[in-house]
Design a protein around this ligand. Structure first.
Ligand code: ADP
Length: 419
């Protein structure tokens, strides 16, 4: 039987005055089929043939609608509509994956996977609705199919991707938490090691003082006793011993000072720099011709008085020490704004520092000169750096050989506190 050849089809088309609509349905790109009241397939369009792989010749005129969709005989949605099935009956066949159409009265829609359709199965969205004659009598049902496989696969891929992503995030969060804990542990170990080191440096330098003093005393006694009988060369050994002992003493003193900063509980408060520097300068040993110029306008900083004294004493002393100018000059002032911060500066007209060593000089015992050239322990700038850091500040240097040096210090300041 050819489609359209039988009475039901003609009747349906006639009832709707849709003879040409039947032809239209044939050519429609939407897979569509129609059954009559005896559940016989009367229309199976070309799109339907294409999607199901079943030709109209094979199905039209039969009531084996289940064939392209299922492996066993059962009613499909159009059949259920045609037989006026109750919700329970529809549930029996479609579970909870169907619903009433929100746009077409009396129509049902659903989506399901059909493993026997296509190469790897096909996902279909299908809508079945009843067809009525002019007296409102149901005379058939029409069903349209939509291949939603690509969308479903994309959704499944997205779901897998999302689950993988969530798993990945879970894993990374756990790793991050673990790394964070490990870091905290390491920081605690480091802090303890640091504290022990500070304690050790403190004890070592403190305890070294007594034997050093004893050696110096015995050396003095010996020199006094033997002064008359020793040759000039032998006496010069004593001079060397004295200078080595002085150096040892300086080292111990500086080390002690350095370790004290680590252990110190600091008390910060507002300090007006102008009067503070006048006092520091008064306590420093300078030659009368040395010039210390302090700017008139300086801020009030939030600092610990002992640490601030160490910072400026060390910088000022260095400015005069590493200096061969006939008139040695150290200037203290406030620099132009840089990255939104106004730094304090300590500038000298001394020997300058090669830019290769600008970081190195802040490290313990790093000196660019021999003790003979310039006396010192190599701890002064390490003290400056540690003291500044302890007060949440920073220090840096700008300098060139033979062009003097400028040390820049940033410290928390009191707003509008310029004095
Ligand atoms: P010390 O003064 O005991 O040598 P510091 O830690 O204060 O130790 O300084 C480290 C080194 O940095 C010095 O030995 C010197 O080479 C260099 N330095 C520090 N301040 C200046 C300066 N104002 N001008 C030139 N060189 C300096």
């Amino acid at each position: 039987m050819k489609q359209g050849d039988f009475k039901g089809s003609a009747h349906l088309c006639r009832v709707y005055g849709q003879a040409k609509d039947c032809n239209l349905l044939q050519g429609s790109p939407i897979p569509t089929f129609v059954i009559d009241e005896t559940h016989t397939v009367i229309l199976w369009n070309r799109a339907c043939e294409h999607i199901t792989g079943l030709s109209a010749a094979e199905i039209v005129g039969t009531n084996k609608l289940w064939k392209p969709f299922y492996s066993h005989e059962r009613p499909i949605m159009a059949d259920l509509i045609m037989s006026g099935a109750t919700d329970e009956e529809i549930n029996r066949h479609y579970g909870d994956i169907w619903q009433r159409s929100s746009t077409i009265d009396g129509a049902y829609e659903s989506e399901d996977f059909f493993p026997n359709m296509g190469h790897c199965g096909t996902w279909l969205f299908f809508t079945a609705s009843p067809l009525f004659d002019e007296n409102g009598r149901m005379i058939g049902a029409i069903e349209t199919l939509q291949d939603i496989t690509a969308r479903k696969r994309a959704e499944a891929d997205l779901k897998t991707y999302r689950e993988n992503l969530e798993e990945l995030v879970r894993q990374r969060t756990a790793e991050l938490a673990q790394a964070h804990d490990e870091l905290l542990d390491k920081a605690a170990v480091l802090e303890q090691a640091n504290e022990e080191l500070s304690q050790y440096a403190f004890v070592a330098s403190h305890d070294l003082r007594a034997p050093l003093r004893a050696v110096r005393n015995y050396a003095d006694f010996l020199r006094e006793e033997l002064e008359q009988i020793l040759s000039d060369e032998q006496l010069s050994y004593f001079a060397g011993l004295g200078s080595a002992l002085r150096h040892g003493d300086e080292l111990v003193t500086d080390l002690l000072e350095f370790s004290r900063i680590g252990n110190a509980v600091i008390t910060t408060g507002p300090i007006a720099l102008k009067p503070f520097l006048a006092e520091v300068s008064g306590r420093l040993e300078k030659l009368p011709e040395d010039e210390l110029i302090v700017a008139d306008s300086l801020p009030v900083v939030l600092a610990d008085c002992t640490l601030l004294t160490q910072i400026f004493s060390n910088l000022i002393v260095n400015g005069f020490k590493f200096n061969h100018s006939p008139v040695k000059r150290v200037e203290i002032g406030i620099a132009e704004e840089r990255n939104g911060v106004r730094e304090l500066f300590v500038r000298d007209n001394g020997i300058g520092i090669d830019s290769r060593y600008h970081d190195r000089i802040f490290k313990m015992f790093k000196r660019l000169h021999t003790h003979k050239e310039f006396e010192g322990t190599g701890i002064g700038l390490a003290i400056v750096k540690k003291a500044v850091a302890k007060m949440h500040g920073a220090v840096r240097v700008e300098s060139e050989i033979d062009k003097g040096s400028t040390f820049f210090v940033t410290l928390p300041t009191v707003e509008n506190g310029e004095k």
